[in-house]
Each structure stands twice: as structure tokens, then as C-alpha cells.
Design a protein around this ligand. Sequence first.
Ligand SMILES: NC(=O)c1ccc[n+]([C@@H]2O[C@H](COP(=O)([O-])OP(=O)(O)OC[C@H]3O[C@@H](n4cnc5c(N)ncnc54)[C@H](O)[C@@H]3O)[C@@H](O)[C@H]2O)c1
Length: 256
Amino acid sequence: MHDRLRNRAIIVVGAGTGIGAATVERLCVEGARVCVADINLPAAQAVAMRMTEAGHEAHALAIDIADEDSVNACFAAAVDRLGYLDGAHVNAADLRTIFLDSDALSLDLATFDRTLAVNLRGHLLCTRAALPHLLRSDHGAIVYTSSSASVAGEAERPSYAASKSGLNALMRHVASKWGKSGFTANCIAPGFVMTPEMIAGGAVPPDFIDRCIAGTRSTRLGKAEDIAAMAALLLSADGRWINGQVIHVNGGAVLT
Ligand SMILES: NC(=O)c1ccc[n+]([C@@H]2O[C@H](COP(=O)([O-])OP(=O)(O)OC[C@H]3O[C@@H](n4cnc5c(N)ncnc54)[C@H](O)[C@@H]3O)[C@@H](O)[C@H]2O)c1
């Protein structure tokens, strides 16, 4: 494994489970000091404890990215603890709303509003809290987790797709405004990733899994580690000339 993030101070938001938790582990293994932030504090604490028991440096903080005060307090506490900030992976999404996100005619507006409040407005709040710190570094980087849904065109989940398309646009703005300061912003757009929690829950129907694999140009579905590996690259010196991009990590499911 690389050592390319040695002493980098990085916050991962939405890090208690799934892709975020895998990213924390990858960043730690590559030498980073990591703040594990999530609305689910016990889950974040469990991830941080697993990392410290393995000899890495990590600590947990609570954050609700729908709440500006909570976001500002979390980032301030993270910088207090880490001393500075080199990178942020803003990965949180409210995925409960996805099951109610039917179609443009029938979806409840509360579903649309909540989806945008977390998946898009929340990412803007994190950007505003992170940027002043990241711009002090000569290698500051922010990585957002988008989705294939941002470009795929689907007959369902319009709020989710709109939130992730909006996130791609936010990222392009941030890269355009601050790229000349030595700062990078990129989105990772995962295809379908079976997280450890999904596997353990056993609720994803086998025929859905088969259809998803059939829709890829790959032998398998995504793992959380596939996304974590890309996040680590984008937060490292290897990613310094990658800026303003939506990078699809999806086994070839959607070709762009
Ligand atoms: N798993 C997939 O197939 C897939 C595909 C494409 C994109 N994504 C994206 O990847 C990211 C991670 O998803 P995942 O599959 O690991 O799911 P997950 O539910 O395991 O991770 C999401 C995390 O965000 C946290 N969170 C939710 N609301 C929050 C809030 N208001 N404030 C702070 N934290 C909050 C949750 O507690 C959770 O830990 C999401 O942005 C999701 O849209 C996932």
C-alpha cells in the first residue's frame, strides 16, 4: 500500500458506514490523520476506534450537513483537533429518501426538499466550512461523492439524480473559482456499490443484483473499497492535475 498521505489532515463527512467508512480506512492506511464525521455518531465512533486500535490516527465527530451550525461547529472542531486541513471527502447523502423518490408527477415535495437539503445544500455548507482551511494549504483538495444517476437518465429517483447533477455543477464551480490557488475539486460518481451494510442486511434482492451486474462491463458489482481508492488518489499528490472532473467508478455501467 502507498504512503502518499502521510500526515495529511483529512475530514470524511458521511463516514460512519459504507463508502465513507471504507475511505477512512484507506486514508488511514496511506498515513492520513482523519476526522470521521457523521450524523450517526456511534457509527463514526466505531470506525474511529477500529482505526486507532489498528495504530492509525482518527477521531469521530457528529455532524448534520442539513444544519449550518452543526456543519460549522464540526469543521471548527476537526481543525482544532487536526491543527490544519489538507483534504475533505464530502460523501454524506440521505439515502432513506430514495425509496420515496418515485417520479416527477407523484413524488411528495417533502422528499424532493429533503433530498436537496442534504445531498446538495449540505455539500455547499461543507464546502463553505472547509474552503478557508483548505485554501491555506498549497495542496488543498475536496472530493464529493456524486452518482452515476447524475448523468444516467432514469425513470425513477428524480430528486436524487437532480441533487447529484447539482453537486457536479457545484464541484465545477469550486474548481473553476479556486483552481488557480492550487486547490482541486472533483466528484466521484459511483455505480451500484454493495456496501458491507447492504451485504449484511441481505435486503437487496438477488435478481436486482444480477440485473446490475448484467448492466456493467465488468464481472462484479462495486465494492466500497473501489470508491475509497479513487478518493485516496484524488486527495494525494498523484491527483494534483485532476481538477473539475466527474470521475465515474462504475465497472463500465455508464459510459461517458
Ligand atoms: N452504494 C451505492 O451504490 C452508491 C452509488 C452511487 C452513489 N453513492 C453515494 O455514495 C455516498 C455514500 O453512500 P453509501 O452507499 O456508502 O451509503 P451509507 O448510507 O452507508 O452512507 C451515507 C452516510 O451518510 C450519513 N448521513 C446521512 N445523512 C447525513 C447528514 N444529514 N449529515 C451527515 N451525515 C449523514 C449516514 O449516516 C451514512 O453514514 C452517498 O453520497 C451516495 O449517494 C452510493
